[in-house]
Design a protein around this ligand. Structure first.
Ligand code: ZN
Length: 288
């Protein structure tokens, strides 16, 4: 089982339920796979939920003491265990920790985020939203899910280059990148320490920030030869020693590769380009 087949199986279930309203009805997902949803008040604060099979029927129990959006995520995570046929590995860690999360658990989280924030439905909201963690908070509220889940899906469906990065204890645990950023080969090294000079590193070190700040793109992206300046909107979640960040380019485009840039510089040195009758129109992109 890998991430792509996980996503495809989640989308197959979404297509059967075909949710149109927000928040999406998780009872409909459970019903579609013939599972019964129950709430359990006896679970401790680090136990999100579990599922079991009895007389050929699946039962999903979520921690009734958790906040409603957490209960929704747990239910979808358990649906993932059932649909993907992956055994639970909930023993050695609290649900919120990414530091030593087993692959199967990460795949069930990916599946759950797909169900809660279905591609087509969520993309329509993202395309109209501002680009900021505050906008992601608002989307999370509308879809009744966590800011972390909404942020990771925000980057996945965004039509412009952006990434959502989750770090824990000062190291990157998960990065979600938009298609354009992946096509531009902007690679965020898994498990790397928060880059020195980034807003995330400062917040993790006890510093503060109030709003997006400019960060050099090559601080975040490895083997990056396009240069450029990112906007970094970051937040430290003290409770879990996690730092989240949204990264994007201000003009919503990738900087050109360095080879294109040196060619443009050469043309500049050789004087004006030949007149072609096409008036240059000022674009969104600032000239270097
Ligand atoms: Zn699990």
């Amino acid at each position: 089982m890998d991430e792509l087949s996980t996503v495809l199986k989640a989308r197959a279930l979404i297509n059967k339920v075909a949710p149109t309203g927000v928040p999406v009805p998780i009872e409909a997902y459970a019903g579609e796979i013939g599972a019964v949803l129950r709430k359990d008040k006896s679970l401790g604060p680090d136990e999100a939920g579990y599922s079991f099979e009895k007389d050929g029927r699946h039962y999903i129990c979520v921690n009734a003491n958790d906040r409603p959006e957490r209960q929704r995520f747990t239910a979808c995570h358990e649906i993932a265990h059932i649909v993907l046929g992956l055994p639970s590995d909930h023993e050695q860690l609290p649900w919120w920790s990414y530091a030593k999360r087993p692959l199967n658990e990460i795949l069930c989280d990916v599946f759950a985020a797909e169900l809660l924030l279905p591609y087509g439905l969520f993309k329509r909201f993202v395309d109209k939203a501002d680009i900021s963690l505050a906008a992601i908070d608002e989307l999370a509220g509308q879809f009744e899910t966590s800011t972390t889940a909404a942020g990771s899906r925000f980057a996945a469906v965004a039509g412009f280059p952006c990434a959502f990065v989750l770090s824990e204890k000062g190291a990157v645990r998960y990065a979600s990148r938009s298609t354009t950023l992946r096509q531009g080969k902007a690679w965020i090294t898994p498990r790397m320490a928060l880059p020195a000079g980034s807003v995330c590193a400062r917040l993790h070190g006890g510093g503060v920030c109030d709003g997006p700040e400019e960060t050099a793109a090559d601080l975040w992206f490895s083997s990056w030869d396009r240069g450029g300046t990112l906007l970094e909107d970051a937040r430290h979640l003290q409770q879990w020693n996690q730092t989240i960040a949204l990264l994007w380019f201000e003009d919503e485009e990738l900087p050109p590769p360095s080879t294109d840039r040196s060619q443009a510089d050469e043309e500049g040195e050789q004087g004006l380009a030949e007149l072609d009758g096409i008036l240059p129109w000022p674009g969104k992109k600032r000239r270097r």
